[in-house]
Design a protein around this ligand. Structure first.
Ligand code: B3K
Ligand code: ZN
Length: 864
């Protein structure tokens, strides 16, 4: 057990830093195990009184400290494990420190570390303090100039801003000098040094400035960067058109690295990406990879305004940059790939990750009020629910007023570190609407439950809608207030004709009643169209109403939703021991009708064909969940569909095959998605004809999307087909790390009963590297999060496996270890015998000596 009790940081305790750091000069002398960093900070006292200067600094070996060139004597400063304190300083001075650090030994992948022989940095949120002593907080903006000195074997020396000088030094060393004209917080600092290939292009901004674009990748990987480069140019153009935002430097660089704790990082002018979110070609990347690359390249680029030019005053305001930037990247993807399909995918992700978080022990508001480790708050709530709040703001205000509010925000707060209040104030001002109630969306955790019932008076042609809302208590918030919830509602006739267009009803009380006159026939309600608010909706709709929506709702999101709800109810009924076989047949029949609709796009049909996922079903079951029963019930519906629609699925599988050249376009990807969804469904009925077809699909595949689309069904079928396919895949791709990640991940999602033994055996595979977060997540997180029937093995072996992994990884990478805790944290949601075993593992972790603050915070919250 840890002997110290870490103290939480609280929003209410925010105080401005009492000094300004006007300029920051950094000199790096790079060496893998002993890098020297000299920092010259031009400091001016801005606060009252005589506050001491307290700088953050961790794991630094301090070599010297001077003020205005005078070395400080030992009694003029103090150093502890986390700070350098100078009790007395002049009002204006230059503080120079020199420290030594060890990037090679840094496996936490935060601060300055090495990946594949290259130096790189990750500073958000608090990594800069492991590079040098500094006020490492987002509200201290400074102008940086950086000098990097290194061996000639590291030809590219990169940092933020513009390159102003470079040249050789004595011996085999060289240097580069960078100046970033824009003041920035320390978390946006970046440095990369290494042997890299570069792909170059340019972009002319709306005011006619030419910006050089450069993407740096591992030698030999340049051709895999072209899709990211194309995505970047489209994102730059889109941000000009949709938000009036123009890029500000003359150079924009992206670097891909293999060892990275998460997706990517928006450092000013020098984004650093996990290579899995940058490198793609048809042979090695799936359509889902292409789609993610496009979205994440855009996301990091959009941060240049929402995050960099305007940043957060403190980390409690994280959603100010993340929620808004997710909203911007989702809007971009909708324009690139089709609004409906994008919305369905976004909502699926929201429900799977954020609704699960909101329903468990780690539920927190979009703007939290306290934390132990800010790393733990890069959550689906801050990101995805943060984006939903912005989406609702746009729905409530209308597109024009929303844009005006954004324009004001960009103009008023440019160059500042600001707050969510300041952001909302811009919309209040430009729209004239009082948004004080709306602010509760940021402060209140939990997913609201909305119920909608209706009464139809045929004689009066009046429809009465009764809406209610409630939010269950969440940790630290026992009582909840009503939120303003925009509920978009339209009406259809029983025959599927549109009776009334979408209207947004703002439910802003616990309960309200709305009367709609002139409704000439008994309507079918299509509610929460486009998923107009992040809530759980319950209605009194009958299955027959849902079938009307499933076949005819002009709101395609709700058409998809109706199908999901029908399937969900059938699966939950069977899992509860009350199968509705007639209902299952009827569903399969209706699904078949939807799949032959000529007007619908293949990408949409692929989504219709995907049943609710097992983790989603767990969340939706009213009783404590039995993952195995849910898995079997879901499988039963899959088998019924595969049999009932066998001919149609085989026909579509054939028709969707493309023989031409690969295109990453949304349209071509949609056809591949539908073909793969058919293959997946057919694997539920693995008779010889289907098996031959699936083996043929796999063996004939010429791109990674088709290959994975063929491999996973074979893994599900198991036996010889699985072994043969997996070993062929390994032999082909053993030298390609990103593809090998897929090989690990697909095996962790194997639904066969022996999978845990296989996963444990894979941790001993020579290619399993726990220090690489991609590889670790591919095997361990994918198993714990996406294979619930096997992770929740009644013996508790799955839980023990995960807990062992958490303890192992926590020793060197606390941030990534903490991300593995969540599947155990949901113990209350499961049958009591399973829940008890999950809790037992959390308790085992909690008493472990030297646990990191990251893991400690999540485990403690999960047990409370
Ligand atoms: N801002 C980074 C996330 C940093 C996570 C630090 N633990 C990437 C992004 O959201 O764009
Ligand atoms: Zn972001």
């Amino acid at each position: 057990m840890r002997t110290d009790t870490p103290q939480p940081i609280r929003l209410a305790d925010y105080r401005p830093f009492p000094f300004a750091i006007e300029t920051t000069r950094l000199v790096f002398d790079l060496s893998p195990s002993a890098t020297r960093v000299r920092a010259e900070l031009a400091i001016r006292r801005t606060g009252d009184g005589d506050a001491p200067l307290v700088l953050n600094g961790e794991r630094l070996k301090l070599l010297s400290v001077t003020i205005d060139g005078q070395a400080l004597s030992a009694n003029q400063y103090a150093v502890d494990a986390e700070h350098l304190t100078v009790p007395e300083t002049p009002d204006q001075f230059v503080l120079t420190t020199e420290v030594e650090i060890d990037p090679l030994a840094n496996k936490a992948l935060t601060g300055l570390y090495m990946s594949g022989g290259r130096f790189c940095t990750q500073c958000e949120a608090e990594g800069f303090r492991t590079i040098t002593y500094f006020p490492d907080r987002p509200d201290v903006l400074s102008r940086y100039s950086v000098r990097i000195e290194a061996d000639g074997g590291l030809p590219h020396l990169l940092s933020n801003g513009n390159l102003v000088d470079q040249g050789s030094l004595d011996g085999a060393r060289h240097f580069a000098e960078w100046v970033d004209p824009f003041p920035k917080p320390s978390y946006l600092f970046a440095l990369v040094a290494g042997d890299l290939d570069v792909v170059t292009d340019s972009f002319v901004t709306m005011s006619g400035r030419e910006v050089a674009l450069k993407i740096f990748v591992d030698p030999g990987q340049a051709s895999r960067a072209t899709y990211a480069l194309d995505s970047l140019k489209r994102a730059m153009k889109w941000d000009e058109e949709a938000f009036g935002r123009e890029y500000d430097l003359d150079l924009f660089m992206i670097v891909a690295v293999r060892d990275f704790n998460f997706g990517a990082m928006e450092n000013k002018g020098l984004n650093i990406f996990n290579s899995s979110l940058l490198l793609a070609d048809p042979e090695t990347a799936t359509d889902a990879d292409f789609e993610r690359i496009e979205a994440v390249v855009a996301h990091e680029y959009f941060h240049n305004w929402t995050g960099n030019r305007i940043t957060c005053r403190d980390w409690f305001q994280l959603c100010l940059k993340e929620g808004f930037t997710v909203f911007r990247d989702q809007s971009f993807s909708a324009d690139m790939r089709g609004a409906v399909v994008q919305r369905i995918k976004d909502v699926r992700a929201l429900r799977a990750r954020q609704f699960a978080e909101d329903a468990g022990p780690l539920a927190h508001p979009v703007r939290p009020s306290s934390y132990l480790k800010i790393d733990n708050f890069y959550t689906a709530t801050i990101y995805e629910k943060g984006s939903e709040i912005i989406r609702m703001l746009k729905t409530i205000l209308g597109a024009e007023a929303f844009r005006k509010g954004c324009d004001l925000y960009f103009e008023r707060h440019d160059g500042e570190a600001t707050t969510v209040e300041a952001f909302i104030a811009c919309f209040t001002e430009t729209s004239g609407q009082d948004l004080s109630d709306f602010f509760a969306w940021y402060e209140q955790a939990g997913t609201p439950a909305v119920t909608l019932t209706s009464d139809y008076d045929a004689q009066a042609s009046v429809l009465t809608l009764n809406l209610r809302q409630s939010t269950a208590p969440t940790p630290g918030q026992p009582t909840k207030r009503p939120l303003p919830i925009p509920v978009a509602i339209g009406l259809l006739s029983q025959g599927g004709e549109s009776l009334r267009d979408t209207e947004v009803v703002l439910l802003d009380k616990d309960a309200m009643t709305v009367r709609w006159e002139g409704v000439a026939q008994p309507p079918v309600l299509s509610a929460l169209r486009g998923f107009s608010a992040p809530v759980n909706l319950t209605t009194d709709a009958r299955p027959s109403d849902r079938y009307v929506l499933f076949s005819a709702d002009p709101d395609l999101f709700n058409r998809w939703e109706a199908g999901q709800t029908l399937a969900r109810d059938l699966i939950l009924a069977r899992a509860a021991g009350a199968p509705d076989e007639v209902g299952e047949e009827r569903y399969a029949e209706a699904l078949g009708q939807a799949l032959v609709d000529e007007a619908a796009e293949p990408a949409f049909k692929a989504l219709l064909l995907s049943l609710p996922s097992e983790p989603d079903l767990t969340l939706l079951s009213e009783e404590p969940a039995d993952p195995l029963a849910l898995h079997e019930a879901r499988d039963a519906l899959r088998i019924r569909i595969a049999i009932h629609l066998g001919d149609l699925l085989r026909r579509l599988h054939g028709e969707m095959q493309s023989s031409g050249e690969f295109s990453p376009s949304a349209e071509a990807a949609g056809r591949r998605a539908l073909r793969n969804a058919c293959a997946d469904m057919l694997s539920a009925d693995p008779h010889d004809e289907n098996l031959t077809r699936l083996v043929g699909h796999y063996e004939a595949s010429r791109n990674m999307t088709d290959m994975i689309g063929g491999l996973y069904p074979l893994v599900c079928i198991g036996g010889e087909a699985r072994e043969k396919a997996l070993s062929a895949f390994y032999d082909t791709w053993a030298a390609e790390p990103l593809v090998l990640d897929k090989w690990f991940s697909i095996q962790s999602r194997d639904p066969n009963p022996d999978v845990l033994d296989r996963v444990v055996a894979l941790t001993r595979h020579p290619a399993f590297e726990p220090t690489n977060p991609n590889r670790l997540r591919a095997l361990v997180s994918a198993f714990a999060s996406f294979n619930p029937a096997r992770f929740h093995d009644p013996s508790g072996a799955g839980y023990r496996f995960l807990a062992d992994q958490i303890l192992t990884v926590d020793k060197f990478n606390p941030m990534t270890a903490a991300r593995l805790v969540e599947p155990l944290g949901a113990w209350r949601r499961y049958k009591s015998d399973l829940g008890a075993l999950m809790r037992q593992e959390l308790e085992r972790i909690a008493v472990h000596p030297d646990l990191s603050k990251n893991v400690l915070e999540l485990v403690t919250k999960s047990l409370t």
